[in-house]
Write a protein that binds this ligand. Structure first.
Ligand code: GRF
Length: 202
């Protein structure tokens, strides 16, 4: 499957996906990395990994999300993209775009969804006093940080954790489960049953 990875920043999850996809027999290849910010650190990382990059500056489209998505969709068409992986992509999509990519667009969020969607998930987890947190790979639906769950990974929360230390441990989990989830989805190991993603792995 030809994959586009969409980023807005650092791109460490993108790098984990790119490196995994280079392995012999991996069922997906990274066709392009697209950033909606020209300054994204991840762009240099993608180029260093030998991946084609593209910037579609969302700022220049102002509030016109549909116009941004029209431009994005043509880039996806040109690259014959079959699957989208959002990896720290900080722009919301219209319901139309999400519907068009239904079952073909993945996101990773650094909490055990449905707990703690949205901003500052680690702060939310610490304030709730949960003893286990983690990361979730899910199919994207119109609602933010929701949708059929493909894979999750957990970490223990420590008594002395700050949002930063917790984020660092969860990030290691993210780098492990996102490539695994992509492998599963790209190889046809998942099936959507309404709001639920059934997998051959569980
Ligand atoms: C990750 O924690 C991701 O789960 C969240 O934003 C962060 C992006 O990090 N949505 P990176 O750009 O992949 O390094």
């Amino acid at each position: 499957k030809r994959v586009a990875i969409l980023i807005s920043g650092r791109g460490s999850n993108m790098t984990a996906l790119v490196e995994a996809a280079k392995a012999e027999g991996f069922p997906a290849e990274t066709a392009v990395v697209i950033s909606n910010k020209s300054g994204a650190e991840g762009l240099a990382r993608a180029r260093a990994a030998g991946i084609a990059t593209l910037v579609i500056e969302s700022k220049s489209f102002g509030k016109d999300r549909a116009a941004f998505e029209t431009r994005l969709q043509s880039a996806l068409d040109e690259n014959r993209i079959e699957l989208i992986c959002l990896a720290g992509f900080m722009r919301l999509f219209t319901a139309e775009f999400v519907q068009r990519w239904h079952g073909r667009m993945l996101n990773i969020h650094p909490s055990l969804l449905p707990s703690f969607p949205g901003l500052d998930p680690h702060g939310q987890a610490l304030r709730a006093g949960v003893k286990i947190s983690g990361a979730t790979v899910h199919f994207v639906i119109a609602e933010t940080d929701a949708g059929p769950i493909v894979m999750q990974g957990a970490v223990a929360v420590r008594g002395d954790d700050t949002a930063e230390t917790l984020a660092a441990r969860v990030l290691e989990i993210e780098h492990r489960i996102y490539p695994d989830a992509l492998r599963l989805v790209a190889s046809g190991g998942t099936r959507l049953d309404g709001d639920i993603c059934k997998t051959s792995a569980n």
